[in-house]
Design a protein around this ligand. Structure first.
Ligand SMILES: *Cc1c(COP(=O)(O)O)cnc(C)c1O
Length: 520
């Protein structure tokens, strides 16, 4: 085999400790089957505190709302609901939740989130709107039509006056003209109202002010570009100013999510891997992918075409750091840092991180069922899980699983092994990885592969009962303060009184700050 090309996952201390407990993980799979999802509720509480620290640094107030759609877990949502209100110095941001369906709204209410901590976004049906208005949740309306429908619903059913934060979209990428004089095109979205049509929304907010209260504006951009987000934030502040001129009393701008996660431990591995992948696609080295799969790239007459469509696995500026960087950006036309702009106007900042709050919050375990050697010498490793259970490939996230041996002292065998990971569906395309995964040794039946950091979108977003295969059970794992031993329960059995003790808002537990703490 050629030199192994590892893509080692980034592990903070809590997740590392979990993976370092093979007997515990094996007993869970023995009891509950493969695949199995494990979530770490105390980690999400640590993550939210890191976001609060960024708010504190910029002296901003507002709300950090977990985008529920990233994970269906009850344990994570209940644990977040229990995060104590911030103390002075720990950040003045409250903790909330962003729900995108009737089911998520019911779940959030049942997990202990009171309505003033809940924001409803996404595609809405009348029942979702009704329950949101009935309970007093803030609604991010998508369009003038939705605003009107909500106002009518409130009037018709004598519901309480409902807080709305209309969602804006399609901001010009540079809020103005580019140096070449060409207007930079706005990113298109199926959600929200184009920002240059905000006036129509404000007209309606004034007209329906007896039934709805405009408390701000919102957006959520599907981009990683800080400059685009800076332009959107500035435009939103200008819309809030216009609201004030009209006598409305907006409180906040909600900038959505998309802060990202750093999945890989080592940037150099990522550089080497992507370079070697392009070489392999050009036929300059042994293949690294199944049937020449190129993740969007393809070789044509000796040159590469297309674009590598994968998640940038190594992303040092992600999560709270990304928010920090965004707030420090200079507003493109008003010319002051965005955080200053918010402060001057006494606007709150609301955020909706999904993936970033789920960072390091869980793993997906799959048992090795069969190991075969293919003609090229690589291994075909069949797992008790499929590509819908572990959505990494679907999202273009290239990161290695961790091998959790069944035996206490696995004999080393022949050293590193390269493997394709095959799923449990009777389907040619069911590969959990279409790239060769390098492992420190050849796995054996009975071993586990732990897919790390799957809690944000990779755990249950696409899982289904195709071929009557089981979908993963989900458990919550937690430790008493300072204890080495793990406790666990089914995800739906978890309530915060089981966890690491009282949430005092003090620096909690291990894991906090291991990777970015001091550096932030
Ligand atoms: C999906 C979504 C989010 C969360 O996005 P992440 O990339 O997971 O941070 C936030 N807000 C809205 C409206 C969304 O649709």
């Amino acid at each position: 085999m050629s030199e192994p090309l590892y893509l080692a996952p980034r592990l903070e201390s809590r997740l590392a400790a979990l993976l370092d407990s093979p007997a515990f993980l094996h007993s869970l799979v023995t009891a509950l089957g493969t695949p199995l999802n494990v979530v770490l509720p105390d980690q999400i509480a640590d993550n939210v505190r890191r976001f609060q620290e960024v708010y504190a640094r910029h002296r901003l107030a507002g709300r950090i709302s977990f985008a529920h759609k990233a994970n269906r877990s009850s344990a994570l949502v209940r644990r977040l609901a229990a995060v104590a209100p911030a103390r002075p110095g720990a950040g003045t941001a409250a903790v909330g939740i962003d729900v995108a369906s009737l089911g998520e709204l019911q779940h959030a209410l049942g997990a202990g989130f009171t309505p003033e901590r809940i924001t409803a976004t996404g595609p809405k049906d009348p029942a979702f709107l009704w329950l949101a208005a009935r309970t007093g949740v803030t609604v991010c309306v998508d369009s003038p039509a939705e605003l009107t429908a909500l106002a009518r619903l409130v009037e018709r059913h004598s519901l309480p006056r409902t807080a709305v934060m209309p969602r804006l979209a399609e901001f010009a990428a540079s809020s103005g003209f580019s140096p070449s004089g060409i207007r930079t095109l706005a990113r298109r979205s199926r959600f929200g109202t184009p920002s240059d049509e905000a006036g129509a929304l404000l007209d309606l907010a004034e007209k329906h002010r007896d039934s709805i209260e405009l408390t701000g504006v919102s957006y959520h951009l599907d981009t990683m570009a800080v400059s685009e987000k800076a332009a959107a934030l500035e435009t939103s502040v200008k819309v809030l100013d216009e609201c004030r001129r009209r006598g409305l009393r907006p409180r906040a701008v909600d900038i959505g999510g998309g802060f990202g996660v750093d999945y890989l431990a080592d940037g150099a591995q990522w550089e080497t891997y992507t370079t070697e992948l392009t070489r392999a696609l050009l036929g300059r080295r042994a293949p690294l992918t199944w049937e020449g799969h190129g993740y969007g790239l393809r070789a044509e007459n000796g040159t590469l075409r297309g674009a590598l469509g994968v998640y940038p696995g190594h992303r040092p500026v992600a999560g709270p750091r990304y928010l920090d960087e965004l707030l420090a950006q200079t507003a493109p036309s008003l010319g002051r840092p965005l955080a200053t702009l918010l402060l001057e106007n006494l606007y709150d900042l609301d955020t909706e991180p999904g993936r970033a709050l789920a960072d390091q919050c869980g793993i997906t375990l799959a048992q090795v069922l069969e190991v075969r050697e293919a003609a090229g010498g690589e291994l075909l490793v069949r797992l008790g899980a499929n590509a819908r259970d572990v959505g990494l490939e679907d999202h273009g996230l290239l990161v290695d699983p961790v091998l959790v041996s069944r035996r206490k002292r696995p004999s080393d065998g022949n050293g590193p092994a390269a493997a394709y990971l095959l799923g449990n569906l009777c389907l040619e395309s069911d590969l959990i990885s279409r790239r060769l995964v390098f492992l420190p040794r050849a796995p054996r039946p009975g071993d586990l592969l732990a897919f790390v950091n799957t809690a944000g979108y990779f755990m249950d977003f696409t899982a289904d009962h195709a071929m009557r295969q089981p979908i993963a059970r989900k458990v919550a794992a937690y430790r008493a303060d300072g204890a080495a031993d793990w406790n666990w329960c089914l995800d739906e059995q978890y309530w915060p009184h089981l966890g690491a003790g009282e949430d005092t808002g003090e620096d909690a537990g291990e894991g906090i700050g291991t990777d970015l703490g001091g550096a932030l």
